[in-house]
Design a protein around this ligand. Structure first.
Ligand SMILES: [Zn+2]
Length: 139
């Protein structure tokens, strides 16, 4: 797990009125997605209008937290000094069971064991007392 708020020096998310339910969910250990009340599709990232049908009836629902590794790279040189102590680490795109893809990190897995299409589940990394980040680990 991560350090306390005063020690965390990486960039932090700034929730908006639209994305606040997503961040509140992560902080409560729950992955929340928007689902369109018109076409039924799941939407990520959070927004005010469905990108598929332009419907405005997006509702927040709990997601399973399960998905598969769609793609990844191993970061060996930090582009931001705040991440220098983390290298090497896995920067990944996970395709959620509900359909949307999210950028994330894979944790709890040796680098040499990471494979495209491996099943993964959500892990909630509480980096401060108010912010948890969505990461994934092998299921
Ligand atoms: Zn829609």
């Amino acid at each position: 797990m991560s350090d306390t708020a005063t020690q965390y020096e990486k960039p932090l998310p700034v929730p908006s009125d639209i994305s606040a339910p997503y961040w509140e969910g992560l902080n409560a250990g729950e992955l929340r997605l928007q689902r369109c009340g018109d076409c039924g599709r799941y939407v990520f990232y959070p927004r005010s209008v469905c990108p598929y049908c332009l419907g405005e009836r997006l509702e927040w629902v709990s997601a399973s937290g399960r998905g598969r590794l769609y793609s990844y790279t191993i970061v060996r040189r930090a582009m931001n000094p705040a991440f220098a102590a983390d290298v090497p680490y896995v920067f990944a795109i996970v395709e959620l069971e509900e359909g949307p893809r999210v950028t994330t990190n894979i944790i709890g897995c040796a680098l040499e064991d990471v494979r495209v299409d491996m099943p993964v589940k959500a892990a909630y990394d509480s980096v401060t007392s108010e912010v948890a980040l969505l990461k994934f680990e092998p299921e």
